[in-house]
Write a protein that binds this ligand. Structure first.
Ligand SMILES: *[C@@H]1O[C@H](CO)[C@@H](O)[C@H](O)[C@H]1NC(C)=O
Ligand SMILES: *[C@@H]1O[C@H](CO)[C@@H](O)[C@H](O)[C@H]1NC(C)=O
Ligand SMILES: *[C@@H]1O[C@H](CO)[C@@H](O)[C@H](O)[C@H]1NC(C)=O
Ligand SMILES: *[C@@H]1O[C@H](CO)[C@@H](O)[C@H](O)[C@H]1NC(C)=O
Ligand SMILES: *[C@@H]1O[C@H](CO)[C@@H](O)[C@H](O)[C@H]1NC(C)=O
Length: 427
């Protein structure tokens, strides 16, 4: 029936006749299950120059036909699989399960509007969908894998350049931030929460730059996309010791502490001066607290006896190097005798530990204020069991330091023993 209609294409009057002529009589239609739309015609946004395809899915169509119309101009575009309009950019196709596709090639702005999918039932059934035509091509951002940096492992002190390339329309903009929300610090001291641009340059990279970074591409067309790039900074171990001298009495318990940083992760252990590793035992209790590349090492020594005094070393080793720190545990004399001695010998130049905290801190202040005087550690500490070799070691430390700050922490335990604990810090 439709093939005969082709000759009349373009004549509006004939189309109306055509539509009427394909309508089955109402007596026939009442016998059949009536056709229905399976889903609405979905709205569509298409850029100028592209092809738009509107879909109309129908159930129980036969023997009816589907027609497409442009609503605002009241133009019939297609009926069944025939193109009616003279507009040669229009096409029609159908796929299985009765989905009727209206094709509009090389879309123009004038094509924008409502399109109707109509079934020639009596009364006719129809539904509409809106075609939006945009002049700029709007494509959400997409991060390109190849030019974009992958996870990086660099040495501390090197220069790092993280790259992120995204396509999309409009041109996406790139923002960098740390995944952990920390600020990104640049060498010139500037710290930012985020940085823009396809390249993130970090010169002289430091260990605290280590972590996951996010490059986020946005262009106003959702969704924004991001890529996670991990920056790993390698460095040889470094060791920091707060209290290098620890005075203690026999039978006391002391805890030595050492802070190391290393990446890749270091192996950490304690040794005696001779280099023998100190294993976990009833007397020695090593403990390691790790936080990323930071390691807090502790060594608890229980019930000190004379052979336990001396030099202890904390060792931190990784593939890039090894570092050690030394702590000297020295023996204090009997507490009672000690107080007696300190009272007697306390002078401006001679810091003697005692149980009089106020007195002690006064003297510390004097020494701190007097920066002109070269401070002699040997004079400052009453070390009866201090060997000359050991003191030489510490004097060399003090010569390198502008200030020496001694703090005294006296902890009193009323138990079997009267314990006193002196901590000496060098800052
Ligand atoms: C199409 O868009 C119109 C408004 O422009 C809206 O009323 C209608 O619900 C939309 N149809 C669908 C299927 O999303
Ligand atoms: C890193 O960059 C700075 C300045 O751009 C330059 O002076 C320095 O030599 C570079 N360092 C390395 C290890 O390439
Ligand atoms: C980027 O950082 C600035 C401050 O430096 C802040 O005001 C802004 O909200 C940040 N933007 C995003 C998207 O995090
Ligand atoms: C980043 O560093 C590279 C060299 O590594 C350089 O060519 C580029 O200009 C730098 N970019 C910016 C934005 O500083
Ligand atoms: C040390 O200096 C501080 C100020 O820097 C001052 O208040 C204090 O009195 C000084 N102490 C001594 C003992 O001179």
């Amino acid at each position: 029936m439709y093939s005969s209609m082709e000759e009349t294409r373009g004549n509006v009057l004939f189309f109306v006749i055509a539509i009427l002529s394909v309508m089955p009589t109402s007596s026939v239609s009442s016998l059949l299950e009536s056709p229905s739309f399976r889903s609405p015609v979905s709205n569509l946004t298409v850029a100028v120059g592209r092809e738009a395809v509107l879909n109309c899915a129908v159930d129980n169509l036969s023997p009816y036909k589907v027609a497409w119309l442009k609503v605002d101009t009241q133009t019939i575009l297609t009926i069944y699989n025939h193109v009616i309009t003279k507009n040669n950019r229009i096409g029609v196709s159908n796929s299985e399960r009765n989905i009727w596709h209206l094709h509009i090639k090389d879309v123009r702005e004038s094509d924008q509007g409502w399109y109707m999918c109509q079934i020639n039932t009596d009364p006719m059934k129809s539904q509409v969908g809106f075609l939006t035509v945009v002049d700029v091509v709007s494509v959400p951002p997409d991060i390109l894998d190849y030019p974009t940096s992958t996870d990086m492992v660099v040495d501390e002190g090197s220069n790092v350049s993280l790259q992120c390339v995204a396509k999309g329309s409009p041109e996406p903009s790139i923002m960098w931030k740390r995944e952990d929300g920390e600020k990104i610090r640049f060498q010139n001291g500037v710290e930012v929460l985020n940085a823009t641009g396809p390249v993130l340059n970090i010169t002289n990279v430091k260990r605290d730059h280590m972590g996951p970074y996010l490059c986020i591409a946005t262009n106003g067309i959702p969704p924004s996309v991001s890529k996670r790039i991990k920056l790993v900074v390698q460095f040889a171990p470094s060791v920091y010791i707060q209290y290098q001298l620890i005075g203690a009495y026999d039978d006391q318990q002391v805890t030595l502490e050492c802070f190391s940083q290393a990446f890749p992760k270091s192996i950490n252990y304690w040794t005696k001066e001779t280099g023998e590793i100190i294993p976990h035992s009833n007397k020695f209790v090593p403990e390691i607290i790790e936080d990323g590349y930071k390691v807090h090492m502790k060594l608890r020594i229980k019930l000190l006896d004379p052979k336990d005094y001396g030099i202890y070393k904390c060792i931190s080793k990784n593939s890039l190097g090894e570092m050690e720190g030394t702590i000297n545990v020295y023996r204090l004399t009997n507490p009672n005798q000690y107080i007696h001695t300190s009272k007697k010998e306390l002078t401006e130049d001679n810091i003697i530990s005692g149980n009089n905290n106020h007195r002690y801190f006064d003297d510390v202040r004097k020494i701190r204020n007097d920066t002109s005087k070269k401070f002699n550690l040997e004079e400052a500490i009453d070390l009866q069991s201090y060997h000359s070799t050991n003191s030489a070691h510490y004097i060399s430390i003090s010569n390198h330091l502008m200030k020496l700050f001694l703090t005294l922490v006296i902890t009193l335990h009323y138990g079997h023993h009267y314990h006193s604990h002196i901590r000496v810090s060098i800052s």
